[in-house]
Ligand binder design. Structure first.
Ligand code: FE2
Length: 425
């Protein structure tokens, strides 16, 4: 007897009429039309079953702090960093844990079950590190929370920055972070990339750096990151986040850079909601979009994922943990409006992001964790278009959240009972 059988569902690769069988939290069969005795059988009505959404770039130590102690008036990255500096002395571990747990509840409701969060290590107390390690422990049954040691104020620029980052790693933070473009000089930025990659190589850790988050076409730390990944044998273990300067770079230089990134196995995370908001702030008109070159990176064979980055914090006052909103913005900013492009944007918040995080047991194949989301949409394109309702969210076979199916009954004269919004075919 199976624990759970989901029938008549559509998978992101387009297969329809599929059944998914679950036993002991694991997918045991994926077959068309499979019927078998189960403790619970759910007819998916043809709707899309997706692996959970994955956010590979977030800041959970800052989330839901919007307005504390004030709002970012200029809307710039730099005022956001300054504002975060004003907030840090006011932080308490209790409030930080409470806000993070609230966000994790929002995430589960949206089918977001894996998050890579940067945690600021610039404060010698490591208060945020201890708080997020506690959150990681508490949410472990339902969210894979991976933490990145992130020296927000610059690992070389901050007195004791290297020691504080290493202490965070000693406490159990998973990934080595960095922010080379925020160091004092280009040379210091490059030195920080080298140093941090060496720390990761020594400790056998993954790397995820905020890299070139600026509109400066000469900010080229991604080049050093790719070089160091190759030099230290870290292929497939290094990620460059943001890489917005690539938007403004000279095309000739980019034609040399893309193969280097691909060869080095460095993945790239764009953060569409934040990039379109924070970049181009020094422009008059035309204003640059500022997001990195997503379709070109993908075409070069680079694994590209999308992150949410911020929700209601010093940098961004919007957001709800909805990775379909992230994909929706991503396809607009990158102009990935073909059917293929839209599906690639869906992959950017699911499978590509899972690859960045090295998630184990992720996917809809036999042997994978029975973690998935039933969406009120018929395919990934419709899911993004509608930012589709998450009908049910499972983690290892356990139902975590459910939202009733949405249908608006219209009561127009002469047309009683017609159903708008979404009709099943
Ligand atoms: Fe970030």
């Amino acid at each position: 007897m199976l624990d759970l059988l989901i029938t008549n569902t559509t998978l992101p690769d387009g297969r329809s009429g599929m059944s998914i069988a679950v036993q002991n939290g694991t997918i045991t069969a994926v077959e068309p039309g499979l019927q078998a005795p189960a403790h619970e059988t759910i007819d998916a009505g043809g709707y899309l079953l997706s692996p959970p959404f994955v956010d590979p770039h977030f800041h959970m130590d800052a989330t839901l702090s919007y307005g504390l102690p004030r709002v970012n008036e200029s809307g710039t990255l730099l005022e956001g960093i300054a504002l975060w500096g004003e907030l840090k002395p006011l932080l308490t571990a209790e409030a930080l844990v409470e806000r993070a747990l609230t966000y994790c509840d929002w995430a589960v409701a949206k089918g977001l079950l894996a998050i890579r969060s940067h945690v600021d290590t610039s404060d010698a107390s490591l208060l945020a590190v201890d708080a997020l390690l506690e959150v990681k422990k508490q949410v472990a049954p339902y969210i894979d929370l991976q933490l990145v040691a992130f020296p927000q104020d610059g690992v070389l620029r901050t007195k004791g920055g290297v020691d504080d980052l290493k202490r965070a790693l000693d406490k159990g933070v998973d990934v080595v972070g960095g922010i080379p473009h925020f160091e004092r000089t280009m040379a210091d930025g490059a030195a920080s990339v080298r140093l941090l990659c060496e720390i990761a190589a020594e400790r056998g850790l993954l790397v995820d750096m905020h890299c070139d988050e600026s509109d400066d076409p000469l900010s080229r730390h991604i080049e050093t990151l790719a070089y160091e990944a190759q030099r230290l044998g870290l292929q497939g273990r290094v990620n460059g986040s943001h890489c917005t300067s690539m938007h403004s770079m000279d095309n000739y230089y980019v034609s040399k850079l893309l193969p280097l990134i691909a060869e080095s196995g460095v993945s790239v995370i764009a953060n569409p909601l934040i990039n379109i908001t924070l970049q181009g702030r020094h422009d008059t008109y035309p204003k640059r979009r500022g997001m990195t070159r997503v379709p070109e990176l993908m075409a070069a064979g680079v694994n590209v994922a999308f992150g949410h980055d911020c929700v209601m914090d010093p940098w961004y006052g919007m957001g709800s943990g909805d990775m379909l909103e992230v994909a929706h913005m991503g396809l607009h900013v990158a102009q990935m409006t073909s059917q293929k492009g839209i599906r690639q944007c869906f992959d950017a918040v699911t499978t590509n992001a899972a690859k960045v995080m090295h998630l184990k047991g992720y996917g809809l194949d036999v042997g994978c964790d029975a973690s998935f989301v039933l969406l009120q949409a018929r395919d990934p394109v419709e899911a993004i278009r509608l930012r589709a309702n998450r009908l049910k969210v499972w983690k290892k076979g356990q139902l975590l959240a459910a939202t009733p199916e949405v249908a608006t009954k219209l009561r127009l004269s002469g047309r009683p009972g017609s159903t708008a919004f979404l009709e099943r075919s």
